[in-house]
Design a protein around this ligand. Structure first.
Ligand SMILES: Nc1nc2c(ncn2[C@@H]2O[C@H](COP(=O)(O)OP(=O)(O)O)[C@@H](O)[C@H]2O)c(=O)[nH]1
Ligand SMILES: [Mg+2]
Length: 371
């Protein structure tokens, strides 16, 4: 199946014609699996058994580091808070042939589509593309042997044990192709780039961008509770764009997965101009992609720190509401309204996730019915 024909609620990344995703997020990680516990040196000591044999147990295995995909993640932002990942060591063996406990495995959640490379060799060691897929990235060290293993006919009281093996240490680079969750539209100069830079916790690099003149601009926004999303502007969506001014249909496909569009309206522009600009962009959007135009849209009044914006804010708000928009006022300079905006994005994405789950639950019931 080609990447283009996937149902739109499923893909976590799309590819350009050359087979590469445009937006790539990377993160460096250091992982270390647990050391194995040492074998134990011990002899049986009981009241009526004066010369009990060796009874030192084996050490437990060190914990593995395991990567597991989790469909609720869509960026690598959570690794920035935690770049060192260590699994627990195994416990040493004990007397009475007691085996030391194994170290707990460290399960690391990663988004679907994560590619894992070993930095020292450059090799891809995992390509996690399925839901719930698991790969052991670093194997825990084996536990050492207790002295009970070294008993022989010639040596009934061995003092030999072995040490637990060290865990593996690997420096990794993880890579994820990103799709935009939120698209920004608006006239040039409306404040799109400034807003992205203001609300982003990281700015992924843009790889293999197939268009030379217009660079999309994107950022990863931290929504709290280990949730994050990708916000991208849609470059060149200006009046007349559908007649071929710079922007190709192909670009719009990369924002297909957006579940929300923010339409930035510069509140410092005289209000009748601001509103007619908005209408012009809206009709351009319709001409470009009816699908994109059907997405939920929020009007964002920008630059509210400026006096002229404040004077016009009410008129603009009314004009936008009359067009059926919900309106949030912001300033990327003072920070006003940005938390409210992030809250709105966060709720929109949770709703999308819930809708996705409902759809999955629906198809599961159908399968059962068919059996
Ligand atoms: N006073 C003020 N200026 C802003 C704000 N946001 C953007 N600007 C300015 O508006 C101009 C255009 O912003 P930019 O983000 O490049 O707009 P874009 O073309 O939509 O990406 C720049 O000079 C910004 O510094 C804001 O919230 N307040
Ligand atoms: Mg810009």
């Amino acid at each position: 199946m080609s990447a283009w024909s996937r149902p739109s609620n499923q893909p976590h990344f799309l590819f350009s014609r050359r087979g590469h995703a445009m937006f790539v997020d990377t993160s460096k990680l250091f992982v270390q699996s647990g050391k194995g516990g040492d074998g134990c040196l011990s002899f049986r000591r009981e009241k009526y058994i004066p010369k009990g044999g060796p009874d030192g147990g084996d050490g437990g295995r060190g914990g593995h580091v395991i990567f597991q995909t989790n469909s609720s993640l869509n960026t690598l932002l959570h690794f920035r808070h935690r770049p060192n990942l260590r699994a627990q060591s195994g416990e040493a063996g004990k007397g009475r042939r007691m085996h030391g406990a194994n170290g707990e495995d460290l399960i690391v959640s990663v988004p679907i589509g994560t590619i894992v490379r070993d930095v020292s060799t450059g090799d891809v060691i995992a390509d996690l593309s399925g839901e719930g897929e698991e790969v052991v990235i670093a194997l825990g060290g084996r536990g050492g042997l207790g002295n009970e293993h070294f008993k022989s006919s010639t040596n009934r009281a061995p003092r030999k044990t072995t040490k637990g093996l060290p865990g593996e240490e690997v420096e990794l680079e993880v890579e994820l192709k990103l799709l935009a969750d939120v698209g920004l539209i608006g006239m040039p100069n409306a404040g799109k780039s400034t807003l992205i830079s203001r609300i982003s916790a990281s700015r992924p690099k843009i790889a293999d961008y197939p268009f030379t003149t217009l660079e999309p601009n994107l950022g990863v926004v931290d929504l709290g509770d280990f949730r994050s999303c990708v916000v991208a502007d849609i470059p060149g969506l200006i009046p007349g764009a559908h007649t071929g001014k710079g922007l190709g249909m192909r670009f719009l496909r990369h924002v297909d997965r957006c579940s929300l569009l923010l339409h930035l309206v510069d509140a410092s522009v005289p209000s009748d101009h601001a509103l007619s600009d908005m209408d012009a962009i809206s009709s351009e959007l319709e001409l470009f992609s009816a699908e994109l135009a059907r997405k939920p849209r929020l009007a964002v009044l920008s630059k509210l720190d400026l006096t002229e914006s404040q004077e016009q804010a009410e008129t603009l708000r009314k004009g936008l509401e009359a067009r059926g928009y919900q309106v949030i006022g912001i300033s990327s300079v003072s920070g006003e309204g940005l938390q409210e905006l992030i809250g709105h994005i966060s709720r929109n994405l949770s709703e999308r996730a819930n809708d996705g789950e409902k759809k999955e639950a629906g198809s599961a019931t159908k399968k059962e019915g068919a059996l």
